[in-house]
Design a protein around this ligand. Sequence first.
Ligand SMILES: C[S@@+](CC[C@H](N)C(=O)[O-])C[C@H]1O[C@@H](n2cnc3c(N)ncnc32)[C@H](O)[C@@H]1O
Length: 473
Amino acid sequence: MALTKRAIPRKYLIHFANEHLDFRIAELKSIFKTFNYEINIPDKDVRDPFMILELPSLDCVKSVASRAILIRSVYELWAHGTTFEDLNNALRQLPKDFVEPHTSRLETFKFQVTSFNKSLSNKQKRDRIECLPSDVLDFQGKVDLKNAKHIYHILEYYGPFGHDPTDQPVDVYFAKWITDGQRDKINEFHLQKRHFIANTSMDAGLSMIMANIGGVKKDMLVFDPFVGSGSLLVAAAIHEAYVLGQDLDYLLLHAKARPSRCNEKKRAQDESIRSNLRQYGMEKYYIDALVADSSRPGLWREITLFDAIITDPPYGIREGAKKVGLHDKDSLINGEIKPGAQHFPQRLDYHLSDIFKDLLNFSAKYLHKNGRLVYWFPVNIQTYSPDNIPTHPCLQLVHNCEQKLNTRLSRRLITMEKFRDFTEDTKEAVIQVDHFETSTFRDMYFNDNNLQKERQNDGQNKLSSDLNKLNVT
Ligand SMILES: C[S@@+](CC[C@H](N)C(=O)[O-])C[C@H]1O[C@@H](n2cnc3c(N)ncnc32)[C@H](O)[C@@H]1O
């Protein structure tokens, strides 16, 4: 059956990057929402790197690609089949007036063959190109391998990565390249090249994915209540949002903690979150980082303040998470400090479940309506259930994506959206089933048999390097 004229240009092929598979759809949906597009996303095996989408315009394609970290490229889809024969038949159905504008002598072009989960020899690639129906794809322009105006791709999918490739492709596509996603930004903002980093700095790619899922855009105010070295602020400022953070650790914020790079003895004097933003020409978006305790939100005025809260709370692995307490209970009247009483900040254990409940209570109060809270929640894969995720009457769960840390542990990126105003009567956050009731995440981490064995074999250095690899506190 011939495709209708209008349907063809509206079909696009998304080629996802082969990482963070569980985050692809959350990122894609969130970017569409940021640009106010309502797009139907088909249900698909998340391991399949190709997805066909009907998109309303080229502008929509370009907007999405201008943000997406998990998109490799976007193509205009010309034909799709499950065999080469199918593909060629579909190409033969293309209306002439769809192909014709590309066949003029002035239109330089080249072909490219890309296969997923199977390597193809140059000869196989040439054969693929030679088998295309030349009567339909009657391109009269010159082949230009360096600077072609149109790049036509044959894309072949041989099943999910990590599985034996199928003999014949599962899907074959013929498509014209339109644009690439933002993979280059991962290198541009890589932590290795960043002026100020800490032991738990969030990697650049994940930080940018978080900003996308958080719906960050120009002129927003974005807050990170566990800011550390400010990686999430950098990611938000890329989109011209104003950024503000807070952290309990004075030494960290003032770059007086031990250097995090193994070949460095001393930190440079000007290391700071501000200097990171300056490094990328984004200093004007930096508001400040406060030394403050996230368990005590009393310093904020009781009005909604933030468009997005994006954060990575401490998981308490390196040392149990802490909050500030009062030195002496006698110095309190009705929970407030007695006038004139001396206050020596005290470090109390901060239970992980309380960290999350406080974070939700804070977000429910201080996010503007429709603002998003995006945060990491670490779990033991075997015992995790969705009931472990805290809930709040003002916040609805939008996405819950998993990043595996090893075979036993993972962390889940939780995205919630404020859909109801906070009032005096609003109830507090609750956790239906407390994931950390019987053991802390630190216990879960150290109960990992493999890690324990490695620790015994290799000593404490190995532990440090494991933690560094995972970038977790
Ligand atoms: C996982 S790290 C955040 C890393 C950060 N995203 C970055 O890229 O550097 C968690 C941070 O929470 C801070 N923290 C721990 N307890 C806190 C509290 N009660 N209030 C505020 N910050 C706290 C720690 O000092 C640490 O910097």
